[in-house]
Design a protein around this ligand. Sequence first.
Ligand code: NAD
Ligand code: AOT
Length: 312
Amino acid sequence: MKVAVAGVGAMGTRFALKLKQAGNNVTVVDGWQERVASLKKDGLRANLDGQEVTVKVPAYGQWEVPRDHHFDLVLFFTKSMQLEQMVRDMLPAFDDDTLALCLMNGIGHEKTLEKYLPKERVFLGNTMWTAQMTRPDHVLLEDDGTCELSNVEPGEPQRSQAKELVKVFKAAGLKPRLLDDPRYSVFRKGCVNGTLNTLCTLFECNLTEYSKTSHAHEMVVKIVKEFAAVGAKEGVNLDVAEVVDHVEASYDVIGAHYPSMYQDLVKNNRRTEIDYMNGYVSTHGKKYGVATPYCDLLTAEVHTKEDLQGAQ
Ligand code: NAD
Ligand code: AOT
C-alpha cells in the first residue's frame, strides 16, 4: 500500500516505521522544520524494542507536499490542534480514491476531516501503542500495544476498505482490530486520556505512581462518568464500569509510561491536547446542560499550568 504519514513525531514514526518494514511504500510529511531536516538527512531513527533502527523514507515539509504522488492512504498523526492545518496542507496529495485515517487521541477529529474530504473516505479509530520523542531526530518505541479502526460512513466500499486497512496494519504487526462504532472507541480512549494524561501531567507522575495514590480510583470513576454523560447526548453510550476497568488495566500493561501530555507540558513545555479531551467534555457539557465539574476544573488547571510555564 502507498501510505503518506502526515505528522511524524513519536507515534507517526512508530506507524511509518512498522508499515515500511512490512514492505509498504511509505512517505512522511511533517511541519516541524528541525524534524523534517533530520528525516531528510537520516530517515526515521528509533529505538524499537531495544534495537536502534534507521529506515530511509521520502520526507517532505508540510510546506512542500508533493502533488504528483498517488497515495492509497494518508495517516494523520499530528497533535490535535495541528490537525486542521495538516489536512489542508495534505489536500494536494489526495486523489479521488485516497483514504484518510486518523488514530490520534482527542474527540471530534472526524468532523475536521469531513470539512475537507467526503465522509466515505474518512476512517477513524485510536491506538493503545506508546511512543516518545527523545530528540528531534530520534524516537523511543517500547511497550506492547494495539490499534482499532473503522469506516466513519456505513456501507460499501468503505467497509471493505476498512477491512483492507486492518489487513495491512496486521501484516505490519500493529495489532489492529476492526471496529463497529468508531465514535464509541474514540470516547472510550478519550476516557483513558481524560484521566491518565491529564492527572499524570498535573501530578507529574507515571501511570504506576498515579495508580498507587489514595484517590486514584475515585477520580477515574468521576471523570469517566462525565465523559459518559456527554457521550450519551451524542448517541455514544459508554459502559462506565467496563471503561473504568479499561483505564485501570493500563497500570499493569504500561505502568512506566508517561502519557504524551506529560511529555508535551512537563518535559517539552508545549501546549497540550486538553481541549480535545476533558475540554471537549467541559464545553459540550455546557452546550447540553450536563454538569461536568471535574472536567471543567481539570481543563482550567492544565491551561493554568501551561500559562504559568509560558508553554508554546
Ligand atoms: P508528537 O508531539 O511527538 O508529534 C506531533 C507533531 O509535533 C509532529 O509534527 C512533531 O514533529 C511535532 N513535534 C514534536 N515535538 C516537537 C517539539 N518539541 N517542537 C515542535 N514540534 C514538535 O505527538 P505524538 O506523541 O506522536 O502524538 C500524535 C497523536 O497520537 C496525538 O493525538 C497523541 O495524543 C496520540 N497518541 C500518542 C501516544 C504516545 O505515547 N506518544 C499514545 C497514543 C496516542
Ligand atoms: C496511553 N497513552 O494515549 C496509551 O500517551 O497519549 C498518550 C496515551 C495506552 C494506554 C494508556 C495510555
